[in-house]
Design a protein around this ligand. Sequence first.
Ligand code: ADP
Ligand code: MG
Ligand code: MG
Length: 252
Amino acid sequence: VPHLKIEDLKVSIEDKEILKGVNLEVKGGEIHAIMGPNGTGKSTLSAAIMGHPNYKVTGGDVTLDNEDVLEMEVDERARKGIFLAMQYPSEISGVTNADFLRSAINARREEGDEISLMSFIREMDKQMGALEMDESFSHRYLNEGFSGGEKKRNEILQMMMLKPRLAILDEIDSGLDIDALKVVAQGVNEMRSPELGVLIITHYQRLLDHITPDFVHVMMQGRIVKSGGPELAKRLEAEGYDWIKEELGIVD
Ligand code: ADP
Ligand code: MG
Ligand code: MG
């Protein structure tokens, strides 16, 4: 069972401290949601876990199954089963969706154990069907000309195909209409298992109407300032963030 542990994590961008000591544990079978106002460091947390070079870790630890994630190269983190569905997926011209996915799957496998073309196609057809994606998507260049919603579906397709042990979904719900939101949520719900820990980063509660998290955390000014269950997300939706600021004496 996967076990991600983040302890007192401090991260800077261009010498500005963004994360000021984040503590969080995500175990297999659990879905955690991180909510918070814009600019509080939510994407910084996901970028730091993935090892984005612009984000400098200045303190603390991140481990997956007691292995030091911060010491790992980016591709090693992916091989260990850490997956990030990004807020702004990048477009790659000249690489089709299918090619990208197949090499991403094979990069996580041992040499000689590559997925066969037939099983790859069968699996991709199946998952694209589940996500109500048109067949043509497999042959189109990665994210090129995809709408916002199509990019997000595509991120979930990658997740379903790669079968990560720890999935971080950063604002996967932004730019989705209600139908796409339901499809995406269903994809995540189908993947729920003890073998997968999920960290959902979201600005809005609406995704959490379709994916019930086990834990909800509020991030403000680079720290997790409050944690609770699904009811916390409902209260944030109804009342916003001001009551937390008042409760904690946060001035901004
Ligand atoms: P969130 O995802 O919670 O909206 P981010 O983690 O994206 O917040 O950003 C946290 C803070 O870091 C913000 O104040 C933002 O302006 C700053 N920041 C993000 N990316 C960069 C960057 N590339 N260069 C400088 N500052 C950045
Ligand atoms: Mg963000
Ligand atoms: Mg360290």
